[in-house]
Design a protein around this ligand. Structure first.
Ligand SMILES: Cc1ncc(COP(=O)(O)O)c(C=O)c1O
Length: 364
């Protein structure tokens, strides 16, 4: 019997299980300690960042980065209108005010010109989200322009482990960069995140903020306000195991995307966003189709044993954010975007089965 192909499911290997069992047998205290420090080191080694602070989730890594960049009450932070809600809610959690900006139709990321025009004296930061590992060529210059105006750039690189821009790993171009290790991400620790930076002062602030404002565990001397944003060594053991096969994961993500592209390109009605597989490690397989055809295509796939997922909504129109303004590109892309099965567990034959169903739908 052919199995139902979910849009996403995590891949946890025997090696990951072995790493956890070995850790459990080692008598560790489960909470963060040496495994977490090693996990941070491996993120630094892979991305080229000087410093890394592991956090309990990508959302809390963003919160940590925002607080370390001194975002406080009513400070404005520019955020793309098309992103996972956590980009915006992290700003709200930090006390800041979200200012949405439209996205660029080619990269599907923040439109840097529009974002630049929205900067005012109230703007403290811009969050650039490298959606699905993509980024525009001018990101480095944009960061430099923002710095000249005293505006911090935080990269939400939650989906971008393994993706680069002009030779630099995404997340290391702005003042801080944040990754997510939730179950669906490039590597996973179940939940988890990381905030990287090359700025020692920002890193020092993060270290205090994530551990009650103290310099070391066990101390009862509080240098600043801080919280418990620590991790567990139990999860770090899985993270380290996954990092050790990241090169393999990156290759497979790229080959899956390439295979979809081979099977679906040239099909009338399907647009595949531009994706440079030398630099981009696609997290999900994304396609753009006529918005009225999306529900029937999703139904057709589901009835034939294949899951798919609708793109994020344009956030300004969601009840949680309800913001006036027009964001035509975000609205159009959100309406047309669909994620096809993207798990590392997929076999090539399964990708072909999905593509066959998509082709069947468009031929019908
Ligand atoms: C772009 C983006 N930002 C932030 C997050 C939040 O990460 P987490 O789920 O680890 O809190 C996600 C996760 O889905 C994401 O995709």
């Amino acid at each position: 019997m052919t199995r139902y192909i979910p849009q996403m499911e995590p891949l946890v290997t025997e090696g990951d299980a072995r790493a956890v069992n070995e850790y459990l047998a080692s008598g560790g205290w489960l909470t963060e300690f040496t495994q977490t420090r090693l996990f941070e080191k491996s993120i630094c080694q892979y991305t080229g960042a000087r410093f890394c602070s592991i956090a309990p989730s990508g959302t809390l890594a963003l919160f940590l980065a925002l607080k370390a960049c001194d975002i406080g009450r009513d400070d404005e932070v520019i955020v793309p209108d098309l992103t996972m809600a956590a980009t915006a809610t992290a700003v709200m959690l930090a006390g800041g005010k979200v200012v949405f900006a439209d996205i660029d139709a080619t990269t599907l990321c923040l439109d840097l010109d529009r974002a630049g025009n929205l900067i005012s004296e109230r703007t403290k930061a811009v969050i650039f989200v490298s959606l699905n590992g993509r980024s525009p060529q001018g990101l480095g210059e944009f960061v430099a322009r923002c710095r000249r105006r005293g505006v911090k750039v935080i990269e939400d690189a939650a989906q971008s482990l393994g993706s680069f821009e002009a030779g630099r790993h995404l997340g290391t171009i702005g003042d801080c960069g944040c990754f997510s290790f939730s179950s669906q991400k490039i590597i996973t620790t179940g939940q988890g995140g990381a905030a990287v930076t090359n700025d020692e002062q920002i890193h020092k602030k993060m270290s205090l903020l994530r551990d009650f404002g103290r310099l070391e565990g066990g101390s009862d001397h509080y240098l600043s306000i801080g919280w418990n944003l620590k991790f567990t060594d139990l999860q770090a053991a899985i993270g380290l195991s996954q990092m050790s096969r990241l090169a393999e994961i990156v290759d497979r993500k790229k080959s899956l995307y390439g295979l979809y592209r081979e099977c679906l390109s040239g099909v009338k009605g399907i647009e595949i966003p531009m994706t440079d597989l030398t630099n981009v490690t696609p997290w999900f397989v994304d396609v753009l189709i006529d918005k009225d055809l999306k529900p029937p295509l999703m139904k057709h796939l589901h009835e034939n044993g294949v899951g798919s997922r609708d793109f994020y909504p344009a956030l300004h129109a969601e009840p949680a954010f309800a913001t006036a303004g027009t964001f035509p590109v975000a609205e159009a892309v959100s309406g047309r975007g669909l994620w096809l099965p993207s798990s590392l567990r997929l076999e090539d034959d399964e990708v072909r089965r999905v593509c066959h169903l998509v082709l069947q739908f468009f031929a019908g």
